[in-house]
Design a protein around this ligand. Sequence first.
Ligand SMILES: [Zn+2]
Length: 175
Amino acid sequence: MFGVILGAGCGGGVAINGHVHAGPNELGGEWGHNPLPWARPEELPGPECYCGKRGCLEKWISGTGVAWDHRQVTGRELTTREIMAANESGDPDAVSTVDRFEDRLARGLAHVINMMDPDVLVFGGGLSKVERLYLDMPKRLPQYAFGGEIATPILPAKYGDSSGVRGAAWLWPNK
Ligand SMILES: [Zn+2]
């Protein structure tokens, strides 16, 4: 499975047969610092990332990325929470911002599916609470993933948007 953390940043994790796949560099699932795929002219070269590169996925498909993108396009400074609330009430600018977020998320996840075709995608982090993702992403993924038909289930994390923190706590021994 591929776990997607859409929070202040954008992270990920790979589990195979119930075990975390870290890899020799402990980079397994670290997709947030891959570049945004199929970047459009207006998305290039992309915002600078703290990792030293430009246009990292994390700069687009995270809470901070969504707020930045909304400000770039509308000139209005809103928090991600305010943008998501405005989206729910049908504000056209906020709906467009979430449309762009979903399209970029689909592009990022199409790469994941093409490479490892996980049995399931699990969304965590604050943006995993955006309900329309679970309706829209199954329609958006086939636009980018190879083959045109994608059956990958997309589920919210079982223990809510802070499941990543919960998982990290499990790494400490229970004394
Ligand atoms: Zn980066």
